[in-house]
Ligand binder design. Structure first.
Ligand code: IPD
Ligand code: CA
Ligand code: CA
Length: 273
């Protein structure tokens, strides 16, 4: 079957707009601290009732409209999926849940659609800033109505890197290339608390790179489609393509810079974080 990816993107946009309204309304209601918050794997791994609500809403729309498509979501959907054959939606209902809870700002809904393991549609919706980062493979990437330019080469001393300080605090194994040196040699580092937003920022030039030592497919699947459209190189720390089903380390960077950063992170690939 030949899917119309542009039409699928436009359909997804409408559902995500409705999901965004649900999130904004929940924040108004929760001005009095009524938002139900829980922890998952650790005290810094938060989940709210809205993560489940948005994922269930999007999954239901997809199942009703495209019954033959599969859905993989962070919270519940598709936990048993073992293959990327066919059409697969990959959803993060709220990327940046800690921001959603603590800041009520800087969080996104991230939706990707892939066919046979190849990303075709990527949408990252930064809800409170009302910024839509969208891409259809081969058709370019957009920030709202503006087509994003292809990126050019850049060197580390001129680069701003998206990096969570948590990864620097963990560097203690001898023999590793020093992340501290990498940070010192860069122009600066930033951390926004939403991997999807940070990848979108690399796509539109607000960041030159984004690095993470542990992400899941729903954190980066939509970002991969966007980044590919503008020429940003996105791999794990061994220069391999990130998996759409398993966790991966992520190095997204403009050409030139990607090779320079790989030098500082490649020794970390074998380690669990
Ligand atoms: C998290 C955010 C955060 C990143 C974490 C992710 P969540 O996603 O993207 O920026 O550092 O690794 O798990 O839990 O808010 O969907
Ligand atoms: Ca996430
Ligand atoms: Ca999430």
């Amino acid at each position: 079957m030949n899917e119309n990816w542009m039409e699928i993107k436009n359909t997804a946009l409408k559902w995500m707009e409705d999901a965004g309204k649900m999130l904004k309304e929940s924040l108004q209601d929760s001005m009095h601290d009524s938002l139900y918050v829980n922890t998952k794997s650790s005290p810094n791994d938060l989940v709210t009732e809205m993560d489940y609500k948005v994922e269930r809403f999007l999954t239901e729309q997809i199942n009703n409209t495209f019954p033959e498509h599969k859905v993989l979501g962070e919270e519940e959907a598709g936990a048993d999926i073992q293959s990327t054959d066919g059409v697969l939606w990959i959803i993060d209902p709220i990327d940046g849940t800690t921001n959603f809870v603590h800041q009520k700002y800087n969080f996104a809904i991230s939706v990707a659609v892939a066919k046979d393991g190849v990303g075709q549609v990527g949408i990252i919706y930064n809800v409170m800033q009302d910024e839509w980062f969208t891409a259809v493979a081969g058709e370019g990437a957009y920030l709202n109505d503006r087509r994003l330019a292809r990126v050019t080469e850049v060197d580390l001393p001129e680069a701003v890197i998206g990096l969570n300080g948590r990864w620097l605090a963990r560097e203690k194994r001898s023999g590793e290339q020093s992340l501290h040196t990498m940070v010192r040699k860069s122009r600066s580092v930033r951390s926004y608390g939403s991997a999807a937003i940070e990848l979108a920022y690399v796509a539109c030039g607000r960041l030159d790179s984004y690095i993470s030592f542990r992400l899941s497919p729903w954190d980066y699947a939509a970002g991969l489609v966007l980044l590919n459209e503008v020429g940003v190189i996105t791999t794990d720390f061994q220069k391999q393509e990130p998996s759409l089903l398993e966790k991966s380390k992520i190095l997204a960077a403009r050409p030139g810079l990607h090779a320079q950063l790989l030098h500082y992170v490649h020794n970390h690939e074998g380690f669990d974080y």
